[in-house]
Write a protein that binds this ligand. Structure first.
Ligand code: E4P
Length: 215
């Protein structure tokens, strides 16, 4: 399973990369906006220098032509760009063209298995089902990931599933159990995944015992 980090923050990306567990990055307009007054293209280029794997950068146009124009500009920034395209009819048309041009795409805001199926058939490199936002509405976000995984396996589709909108370590574990290719994880959740109170207690006890024997 691959882990992407879900942020546009350079420090967090650098810090998480040091752990050796980061295979890519996802951003979205809200995550970029959190960074304040940064130039979008400059920030994406900086991220691409830190991480070798796919870096998702999202278009904001709602029309196919506008999406294509933005996507081609983004794809020029670095070889590891995956252009994030919203799951709309206009978006599917853009994905088809970009796929023919050899530009990687990540179809975002996926909330149903049929949307994922359409995106895969249009040639998407990645689809991003948003589990947290479904759970927020009392739906079962991880069931969607499981269904998409089963459908893609049935037809040997190459599109990879990025479990997105992850809110907790539990989401990551469940994404791994249902066989998602990738989880894109906020920095705070990566930190939480490394922790267990019994680990801390164990370290404390070992050190106490060591001190006793060593005088
Ligand atoms: C990543 O690709 C998504 O944009 C992100 O995970 C959405 O997360 P949110 O639902 O917490 O905003």
């Amino acid at each position: 399973m691959k882990f992407f980090i879900d942020t546009a923050n350079l420090e967090k990306i650098k810090e998480a990369s040091k752990l050796g567990v980061i295979d890519g990055v996802t951003t979205n307009p809200s995550l970029v906006a959190k960074e304040g007054d940064v130039d979008f293209h400059t920030r994406i280029k900086e991220i691409c220098k830190i991480v070798d794997g796919p870096v998702s950068a999202e278009v904001i146009s709602l029309e196919t032509e506008g999406m294509l124009e933005e996507a081609r500009e983004l794809a020029e920034l670095a070889p590891n760009i995956a252009v994030k395209i919203p799951m709309t009819v206009a978006g599917l048309k853009a994905v088809k063209t970009l796929s023919d041009e050899g530009i990687k795409t990540n179809v975002t805001l996926v909330f149903s298995a049929n949307q994922a199926l359409l995106a895969a058939k249009a040639g998407a490199t990645f689809v991003s089902p948003f589990v947290g936002r479904l759970d927020d509405r009392a739906h079962d976000g991880m069931k969607l990931v499981k269904d998409i995984n089963e459908i893609f396996a049935n037809y040997e589709m190459e599109t990879e599933i990025i479990t997105a909108s992850i809110r907790s370590p539990r989401h990551v574990k469940e994404a791994a159990l249902v066989g998602a290719d990738i989880a894109t994880i906020p920095f705070g959740v990566i930190n939480k995944m490394s922790k267990h109170p019994l680990t801390d207690i164990g370290i404390e006890r070992f050190l106490e015992d060591w001190k006793k024997t060593q005088g």
